[in-house]
Design a protein. Structure first.
Length: 302
């Protein structure tokens, strides 16, 4: 099932995607989080509702798309260095970070939920707060079942579905704060997610190809199966002593081809169009738009 959050008649609505059509759920369904929390029973009820003859069908192209998850209990959970080629391409460019070999366990960090925007929304851009804006196409996992210290063999049962994310990053801010990634990943209005939340029965991850295009040119291109640590391992490690809850979003890492690792480096500018797409998961399509992110700050980057 492909679930989408749309705007219809000035209200947020949840719909099921069928081809080029959105089948709207009743008006009381304005948020996907209760459906995620409801698990398999909620999906059975949705199947019943969309099968009713009074269910409203609307062309998907006519509907503005919202992020599939819009309410968060915590920061977005993220995985770094989960494609070997990406780890290697930046090995000599990580400045103060002395890690030269791929870690034996996943690398995790978080980013603020105010980064999240919709799959067609403009990406906030302000060159006064960073001069090194970069793209990162990623598969995102939405947790559907709570658990702590989840064994790998049970991890799949805790996944509600998948969507796409573009983890737009500010590389100079990453380096500025001790080499950790939170700040350089948490600028408001910079991470599109979506376009759908796709349940696992709809997707064969072994065949999913993930790509990022910059102004029409393919910059990243990899199979999700090339991950250094598969989803089951990520969930087992992340949940080790730490509870994961329905609605938590986990980014699973980006493949090689990012801008900062190129020679010469390629950084984003106002007006650039980014497309992130993957087999069976749709696409994100966003342009960078100049907004005031600096405000009255007296922080100097010099």
């Amino acid at each position: 099932m492909k679930l989408v959050c749309v705007v219809h008649r000035d209200a947020a609505r949840i719909a099921v995607v069928s081809g080029e059509t959105a089948i709207l759920l009743p008006k009381e369904f304005g948020d996907l989080l209760p459906i995620v929390e409801g698990g398999p029973e909620a999906l059975v009820e949705i199947e019943r509702l969309v099968g009713e003859k009074e269910a409203e069908h609307v062309p998907l192209a006519d509907l503005p798309l919202l992020p599939p998850i819009r309410r968060f209990r915590r920061d977005i959970l993220c995985t770094g260095w989960n494609y070997l080629d990406h780890f290697n391409e930046g090995k000599e460019k990580r400045a103060s970070q002395e890690i030269k070999e791929l870690p034996k366990t996943p690398t995790f960090f978080t980013k603020g939920p105010d980064t999240v925007i919709g799959p067609r929304d403009p990406i906030a851009f302000d060159p006064r707060i960073s001069t090194k804006w970069d793209y990162e196409a990623e598969l995102a996992v939405v947790i559907g079942k709570a658990g702590r210290s989840i064994p790998e063999r049970e991890a799949a049962a805790h996944i509600f579905g998948y969507c796409l994310a573009n983890d737009v990053s500010q590389r100079d801010l990453q380096r500025r704060h001790g080499g950790q990634w939170l700040k350089g990943k948490s600028i408001d209005g910079t991470m599109p997610i979506g376009p759908y939340l796709v349940t696992p029965d709809e997707v064969d991850l072994g065949t999913v190809r993930l790509q990022c295009l910059l102004n029409g040119e393919v910059r990243q291109d990899a199979l999700v199966s090339q991950m250094a640590f598969p989803l089951e391992k990520l969930i087992a490690e992340l949940s080790f002593g730490m509870t994961l809850r329905p609605g938590d979003v986990l980014l699973t890492g980006t493949p090689s081809g990012v801008g900062f690792a190129r020679t010469p480096p390629i950084f984003l500018v106002e007006g650039d169009e980014l497309i992130v797409r993957a087999t069976g998961l749709g696409e994100l399509r966003n342009r960078l738009k100049r907004v005031d992110l600096l405000g009255d700050s007296d922080v100097s980057l010099e």
